[in-house]
Design a protein around this ligand. Structure first.
Ligand code: HEC
Length: 103
């Protein structure tokens, strides 16, 4: 399976078709980051993203309401035989598509 396919079958539910999280998310799950936002991406290293994708992420800011953590995707990646690095690379691609003017 390719990273795009896994994204569409699993991650899309929470992160939206374009990674911005706008579809289902922000109203209900305010913690979902806009994965396409270059400013947000600049605050994260690849290693951090890999960690979150594999291990999930608990409420990182207690002061905000964090109704839903990011759930570990390790099993999904293993099942789909996708290297987490390729999954992270996909995020960079999402940014590329949106970035056009805002860089
Ligand atoms: C059940 C909903 C859900 C699914 C499914 C989901 N995510 Fe997330 N994801 C979240 C939430 C919520 C956060 C924000 C966590 C926080 O910071 O509190 C998040 C955060 C992230 C982050 C940001 C990590 C960071 O360091 O801030 C990345 C990258 C990410 N998800 C990638 C993925 C990928 C790739 C998949 C599919 C393999 C996926 N997510 C599936 C809900 C989901």
């Amino acid at each position: 399976m390719r990273p795009e396919q896994l994204y569409h079958s699993v991650c899309l539910t929470c992160h939206g078709p374009d990674g911005s999280g706008k579809m289902y998310a922000r109203a209900a799950v305010r913690t979902i980051p806009d994965l396409t936002d270059a400013k947000w991406q600049a605050k994260r290293t690849d290693a951090e993203l890999q960690h979150t994708i594999l291990e999930g992420k608990e409420r990182s800011s207690p002061e905000k309401s964090r109704p839903q953590p990011m759930v570990s995707q390790k099993v999904n990646l293993e099942r789909a035989q996708i290297d987490v690095k390729d999954m992270v690379a996909l995020h960079a691609g999402l940014q590329g598509r949106e970035a056009g003017g805002n860089r």
